[in-house]
Ligand binder design. Sequence first.
Ligand SMILES: C[S@@+](CC[C@H](N)C(=O)[O-])C[C@H]1O[C@@H](n2cnc3c(N)ncnc32)[C@H](O)[C@@H]1O
Length: 351
Amino acid sequence: MDVIGAELGADVREWEVLLNLKAIIKRLAWLAAQVPPLRAAVIAYFELRPYRAGEAGWNREHPYDRAHGVRTSGAVPGFLLKPGAPLDAATTPYVPAQPSIIRAALAAIPEPQHSHFLDIGCGKGRPLLIATEFGFASITGVELSPTLARIARRNAAAFLRANPQRTRIDVVTGDALAHKLPEQQLVVFLYHPFVRPLMAQFLANIEACLRASRLDLYIVYYNPVWADAFDSRANLERRYAAQFPYDAGEIGYGPDESYAVVVWQNRGNPPPKPPGIATAPVIIVSTGIRAELPREGDVNRTQQAAHQQAHRRQPYWQMTGYSAALPKACAKDRLLTFVSDTVPSVRSMSP
Ligand SMILES: C[S@@+](CC[C@H](N)C(=O)[O-])C[C@H]1O[C@@H](n2cnc3c(N)ncnc32)[C@H](O)[C@@H]1O
């Protein structure tokens, strides 16, 4: 018994040492990113990471990129995306959405040919490229990080050179909270761009816009971790909600195998709602990190989610000891600021 106990103890210590080493490396990367010349090297490392052998999940070059000659793969931690105060403490990391899930979500939108598609926090631009498959009238991405916006523009240019018949893509560098919403039929795509207080501010902007104009609005929220904020708005109603599985060929290019998507539309919006489970409860598996919806035919799902809620995992930075490098406001909001495929629990990482 003692021998087994000692062996187990040794295993645990070895694991802890490894975790601490990773935390130290991440801390060093954070420190390097504070020094301008080193910062460029850290950014280059994250830009090139998906093209090294042996990477996994978001950090692996996605088949979509290979097929289209673009570079949307590779997570970028929030601390590298510092746009300047006051948003530094609230910057979310870049992780790309799965093409199959974006497609399944956009299929719930009526008449895309009459709509403007707007990705709030477009990162390297993957949803913008996928949106061109749906014939939207116009497509814009807003991105806070100048580095990511530059990559998104480069991707859009490469994609449109190969597909000149597709809709033009505009990428705006700046804070999406200050971006004026166009007064036309609008599809807003959100994949975890904001911590909760900023999402509330964004919703207030949307409401002001709805009061000022007779806009037809759809909000597509991928991994809707702040779904309750949308559900509580009197002028929004659910149009669609589903837990979409990845296409088989995409498994292994993200930490999960499915994602929840909820679509809201403004009340009184004429196009009829499609049949489906639009009113399904959004289950928060990990606060601010991952939301799920009940899967059809999975009778134990709600029970399982209740169990996960009750035994909620620690936030990522507490598991890795990375919190020392985080600004206080981030830790308070449980903002995921560093993404890596080396975390023991993949589920708790999903932004
Ligand atoms: C999870 S990524 C999603 C990227 C992209 N929409 C996708 O689905 O592939 C969230 C993005 O939001 C951006 N972001 C965060 N706060 C923002 C803000 N205030 N204005 C514009 N972009 C923001 C981040 O830099 C990051 O690229």
